[in-house]
Write a protein that binds this ligand. Structure first.
Ligand SMILES: NC(=O)c1ccc[n+]([C@@H]2O[C@H](COP(=O)([O-])OP(=O)(O)OC[C@H]3O[C@@H](n4cnc5c(N)ncnc54)[C@H](OP(=O)(O)O)[C@@H]3O)[C@@H](O)[C@H]2O)c1
Length: 227
């Protein structure tokens, strides 16, 4: 039985992950800024706002820590408005602050798994996700550096999500072939947190070749595509 902490657990995918861990008889703690909204039984909940709460309120007796909080608003509103502050904070500053704390805890303990949920938006600066994508890219890059820094004592796994049908994407018209359900996304995340040695997991594998192509289009063409 593993002791699992999920941070940002008001997330639809985060709650599906909690249910998946519980199904496999692991012990789950859910840290969320609105814990009263969580209706899952048999897990502990903690009030935790990733932007403001003190790290020691999370405790440190865990085997797996999964950071899944995220913030996304309309692209243009984020680029030109105040929204950019919380997008940068929740998607980059907070996970760096929180996961570097757990990296130290796990190094001292001699093991553990740190998991971070980023996005396929992290693979390249895109017109459609200017600030959100850049914050996820910073987080993704941080996980890569941390993975090497704590290797081989601590495992770090990055989950690059493509589209998932959740409240975050409720206003979007998602292409079926590129979209996962939250239950399937959770299955992939939980399976790869518990076992294996994969470093970067694309949740819905079709996003791996798509991301490769997006990454390799020459910049002078890419800027004109406005994708
Ligand atoms: N859905 C997709 O298509 C997709 C694609 C790529 C990556 N992702 C990433 O996957 C993760 C999960 O997203 P999701 O689809 O499950 O969306 P979601 O349900 O909106 O989950 C994001 C969660 O983060 C929580 N959060 C925001 N600010 C917080 C704070 N200051 N402290 C604590 N929690 C905070 C939100 O809580 P409130 O709801 O209470 O604000 C929300 O529940 C996110 O990191 C997202 O960026 C999602």
């Amino acid at each position: 039985m593993k002791k699992v902490l999920i941070i940002g657990a008001n997330s639809d995918i985060g709650q599906a992950c909690a249910e998946e861990f519980l199904k496999k008889s692991h012990q789950v703690t859910l840290a969320a800024h609105h814990p009263e909204k969580i209706k899952i039984e048999n897990c502990k909940t903690l009030l935790f706002d990733v932007q403001t709460s003190a790290l020691d309120s999370l405790g440190n007796d865990y085997d797996i820590v999964l950071y899944i909080a995220g913030k996304m608003y309309d692209n243009e509103a984020t680029l030109f408005g105040e929204e950019k502050k919380s997008v940068m904070e929740v998607n980059y500053n907070a996970p760096v602050r929180i996961l570097s704390y757990f990296a130290e805890v796990f190094e001292k303990k001699g093991g553990g798994t740190i998991a971070g949920v980023t996005s396929v938006a992290a693979v390249r600066g895109k017109s459609s996700t200017v600030v959100y994508g850049s914050a996820k890219a910073g987080f993704d890059n941080f996980l890569g550096g941390l993975r090497s820094f704590v290797y081989p004592t601590v495992r770090v796994v990055s989950f690059r999500l493509g589209y998932v049908d959740t409240k975050m994407t409720a206003e979007m018209d998602l292409p079926g072939l590129l979209t996962s359900s939250k239950a399937n996304a959770a299955k992939t995340i939980v399976k790869n947190c518990l076992k294996g040695n994969r470093n970067i997991v694309y949740v819905k594998s079709v996003w791996r070749p798509i991301s490769f192509i997006i990454k390799n289009i020459p910049e002078f063409i890419f800027k004109r595509l406005k994708i």
